[in-house]
Design a protein around this ligand. Structure first.
Ligand SMILES: CC(C)(COP(=O)(O)OP(=O)(O)OC[C@H]1O[C@@H](n2cnc3c(N)ncnc32)[C@H](O)[C@@H]1OP(=O)(O)O)[C@@H](O)C(=O)NCCC(=O)NCCSC(=O)C[C@H](O)C(=O)O
Ligand SMILES: [Mg+2]
Length: 354
């Protein structure tokens, strides 16, 4: 482990200094596209400004024989497109694959100055982050980059979950974590066959009414991902980085997708992946505080004055702890209003009067 005095030292001579704090840039939807798919690639320029993050995916969902084409496609998009306010990320191939070294040594010199974040799949422990950290520093130095590329790890192995805190704290490049429910389910030998979301068999049943075990009883479907998301949120908050829900594979089921995203939002995630253009609007809606939540938060803050003590508002007790939650909500609303004029107009129109 690096001693504290060396933690923020560049890992290669000439590499940019690591950031002391990871900026809270809006990233409600991380939109995946295959840069080697001509139809998807053609849509990228028009998606700039409509989504917080555009991610060129090189890993799973890209066929083995298309890996080079996708990588070349990503370089072209990175060179040609002006991303404006939209972040530009990539997901590289896994560290045990035959493609990842070429991914890194091609992308950083060619488009490293445009890339905000590199997503690393199937991270098992701090050693994986250390590997990427050093090689990125070497490549950044060689390319003369003036700011570090950040790293985002996908949580999709049991070992990765067990090592979650050390992964988050492995490098000042760490920007965040995403849940990878499909690979994680496989690695854990869960008995699901889906890409994220719930399962009707994972449920709790109401107790028998009057002892009648044959009689009708309500069942309540449970959230398969609650434990992992909560663990991820804690680890990220502890290290000052950002947690994300990952993919929701049932593209047609926009209702359940919205529910899954909202659960993640309520638990502390800042965004989710979008696999299809129709999931962008869902993520943008869910990960933006509602007008009613912002109004309530502002009223509590106003009623609490200097933020200490306790007051009654609408029949409920508010105190230091609830005002802190309200400040989280208002701070997020302000961040989003700064990049989203529609949201700004809605938040600006809020009246605190009854
Ligand atoms: C899921 C898809 C294969 C569906 O594609 P398709 O059948 O083409 O959908 P549509 O006909 O509805 O598409 C309409 C048009 O929109 C374009 N399109 C579709 N998806 C995208 C996109 N992501 N970005 C941009 N444009 C998109 C289509 O080309 C159509 O265009 P046109 O014909 O001109 O109108 C497809 O959406 C897809 O492949 N999505 C990405 C999948 C992906 O990235 N998967 C990997 C992430 S999930 C994962 O890896 C699991 C995770 O790691 C874990 O372990 O949990
Ligand atoms: Mg995966």
């Amino acid at each position: 482990m690096r001693p504290a005095k060396d933690f923020f030292a560049p890992l290669a001579v000439g590499a940019p200094a690591p950031l002391r704090e990871i900026p809270a840039r809006p990233s409600r939807a991380i939109h995946f596209f295959d840069p080697g798919n001509p139809k998807m690639a053609a849509k990228v320029p028009d998606m700039v400004g409509t989504v917080d993050v555009l991610l060129g995916n090189l890993e799973d969902a890209v066929k083995a024989e298309n890996k080079e084409v996708s990588r070349e496609g990503l370089v072209k998009i990175g060179q040609d497109v002006d991303f404006g306010p939209t972040q530009f990320w990539t997901r590289i191939n896994s560290l045990d694959s035959p493609w990842v070294l070429d991914d890194l040594t091609t992308l950083v010199p060619a488009i490293g100055h445009k890339l905000d974040v590199i997503m690393v799949p199937k991270v098992q422990g701090a050693e994986d982050i250390h590997y990427v950290d050093r090689i990125l520093a070497q490549l950044e130095a060689k390319a003369g980059l003036d700011r570090p590329i950040l790293v985002h790890a996908i949580l999709e192995t049991a070992r990765g979950v067990a090592n979650i805190e050390e992964i988050c704290g492995a490098s000042p490049r760490m920007q965040g974590l995403s849940l990878g429910p499909a690979d994680l389910a496989a690695d854990r030998r869960m008995k699901t066959t889906r890409v994220g979301g719930g399962h009707p068999g994972y449920l709790v049943r109401q107790d028998p009414v009057d002892g009648d075990i044959e009689g009708p009883r309500t069942t309540y479907q449970q959230d398969l991902w609650h434990y992992t998301i909560a663990r991820m949120v804690d680890a990220c908050a502890m290290h000052g980085i950002y947690p994300y829900y990952g993919p929701f594979g049932d593209i047609a089921d926009v209702v359940a997708c919205e529910d899954q995203f909202r659960n993640a939002f309520l638990l502390g995630c800042v965004g989710a992946w979008s696999l299809h253009p129709k999931q962008i609007a869902i993520a943008n809606k869910v990960f933006s505080p509602s007008v009613e939540d912002v109004r309530h938060a502002r009223r509590v803050i106003a009623a609490m004055g200097d933020g200490t003590g306790a007051v009654m508002l609408d029949g409920k007790m508010e105190d230091d702890a609830s005002v802190k939650q309200c400040k989280v909500m208002v701070a997020l609303a302000e961040e989003l209003a700064a990049i989203d004029p529609e949201l700004k107009a809605q938040y600006d129109a809020i009246s605190l009067e009854d």
